[in-house]
Ligand binder design. Structure first.
Ligand code: SAM
Length: 440
């Protein structure tokens, strides 16, 4: 499918004939393939990268790597184990904008399928929390699957309108809006998106982006960072949305410290009001079309975290015996707290317990912390998510190490030779990485 005529015309007007033509030519080229490794799950990173056909680092993300070509990821057990996330390179740049968020609370307001959520989850670390929201329920369930696979146990997935999270006023140390947009940056990777583009849709998206930003701003603490991104090039959805927003925020919105960018990366740096902006053109930078920006809420903006009164008590405390049983499955049980929702048990870092209770009382939370499973007659029937959790105590249960093809059979729910398994519950692994559970 050809590029939309109005789009091509605008690009040539905005960038000049030579650069406009270079951008349009790049959009008809082959997109680069990249992954981001899971620091706690990738194991022997060198061996994994060789097997994936890695051919260089993504320069702006410590765990990002380009691949020579696109392998069949679904035939790779390490992919199912969450050892890496297949993430477009330019998107990985947001990790630089969010700053040092170790132990902090980050809101990812438009989160599915979870590329940036899993990046933030690695950055906030075990004591931090990412609240990943997705308005679309079907997409939220894909997000929850990806969060479980990433297995860091420090994410709560919610599915609601941004307004419901705006109610958590001054709550988050950083808020990311990876906004729904007209998707011009996707014209190469997903040529079908060319057919959905129109100037009218650009204007519609801009209005929606403005509304989402206002809720994001309410949820942000004084001193916290707001990260805005789109996968589109036009100024209407990028600079103009931010300029209007910054004007409305007035003195409460301020600049962040400079984010170091090597000119060799090919990123076009700029400004929109108090926002620092970063644009990735595929003919300049190695990645898809992407726009990202960052600003801060002034520490003097005032306002305290709003204490939301729970509409209902959804989470209950387990009994002492249940805590004892749950604890034996985690290697870091002493820093964890357990809770129960319905007939399922969960764990989270003690530091985030209160926050998870507040969220569960007010919002539809579809996945939270480490899902442990159900307890029958005093014994935990472990959830799939627990197998993939980085908190799992590998000594808690027997391990069945499978060869590559056996692991694929297991993932396809086909029979695997019984001699691989001990009696009772087994943690099924391939290359030492857990894939799930199986009983002989
Ligand atoms: N951050 C994701 C990632 O890195 O994998 C990609 C997010 S995608 C660009 C934008 C998301 O916003 C979509 O999942 C879409 O369903 C969601 N969305 C659509 N309309 C929305 C709205 N009015 N408010 C909030 N989110 C919306």
């Amino acid at each position: 499918m050809e590029l939309p005529v109005a789009f091509a015309g605008r690009v040539v007007r905005d960038l000049g004939p030579e650069e406009g033509a270079a951008l349009c030519a790049a959009l008809d080229g082959v997109p680069p393939v990249s992954v981001r490794l899971h620091p706690a799950k990738c194991g022997d990173a060198g061996a994994l990268l060789r097997r994936l056909g890695a051919c260089g680092r993504v320069p702006w993300c410590a765990d990002g790597h380009y691949l020579t070509e696109r392998p069949q990821f679904t035939f790779d057990p390490a992919f199912h184990a969450g050892a890496y996330y297949v993430q477009e390179a330019a998107s990985q740049f947001v990790g630089r904008l969010v700053g040092d968020v170790a132990g902090r609370r980050v809101l990812d307001l438009c989160a599915a399928p979870g590329g940036k959520t899993t990046l933030y989850a690695s950055l906030v670390g075990p004591e931090g929390l990412v609240v990943a929201n997705e308005i679309d329920r079907r997409r939220a369930s894909v997000l929850a699957d990806n969060v479980r696979k990433w297995g860091t146990g420090n994410v709560a997935v919610t599915t609601c309108e941004p307004k419901a999270l705006g109610e958590f006023e001054n709550w988050f140390d950083a808020v990311a809006v990876d906004a729904p947009c007209s998707g011009e940056g996707m014209f190469r990777k997903d040529p079908a998106s060319r057919g959905e583009w129109s100037e009218g849709n650009v204007r519609l998206c801009a209005a929606r982006q403005d509304a989402i930003l206002r809720e994001a701003w309410r949820a942000l603490k004084p001193g916290g960072r707001l990260i805005y991104s789109t996968c589109t090039f036009n100024r209407t959805e990028d600079e103009e949305v931010l300029e209007a927003f910054a004007e409305a925020a007035g003195a409460d919105a301020v600049e962040t410290a400079e984010v170091p960018v090597d000119p060799a990366w090919g990123i076009v740096c700029g400004r929109a009001g108090v926002f620092r902006t970063y644009r990735f053109f595929p003919h300049r930078a190695r990645g898809e079309g992407f726009f990202a920006a960052v600003a801060r809420k002034s520490p003097d903006a005032g306002g305290r975290p709003r204490r939301l009164r729970s509409r209902r008590e959804v989470l209950t405390a387990p009994t002492r015996d249940e805590v004892r049983e749950l604890s034996r499955w985690l290697h870091d049980a002493e820093r964890m707290r357990f809770f129960r929702a319905g007939d399922r048990f969960y764990a989270c870092a003690a530091a985030q317990e209160e926050a998870l209770h507040a969220l569960a009382g007010a919002l539809p939370v579809i996945c939270s912390g480490v899902e442990m499973g159900q307890i029958f007659k005093g014994t935990l029937k472990p959830a799939h998510a627990l197998a993939l959790s980085t908190s799992l105590d590998r000594g808690a249960v027997a391990t069945a190490e499978l060869a590559h093809d056996e692991a694929l059979d297991y993932l396809r729910r086909r029979d695997v030779a019984a001699h691989r398994f001990a009696e009772g519950m087994n943690l099924v692994c391939c290359g030492g990485r857990p894939l799930g559970w199986a009983k002989r």
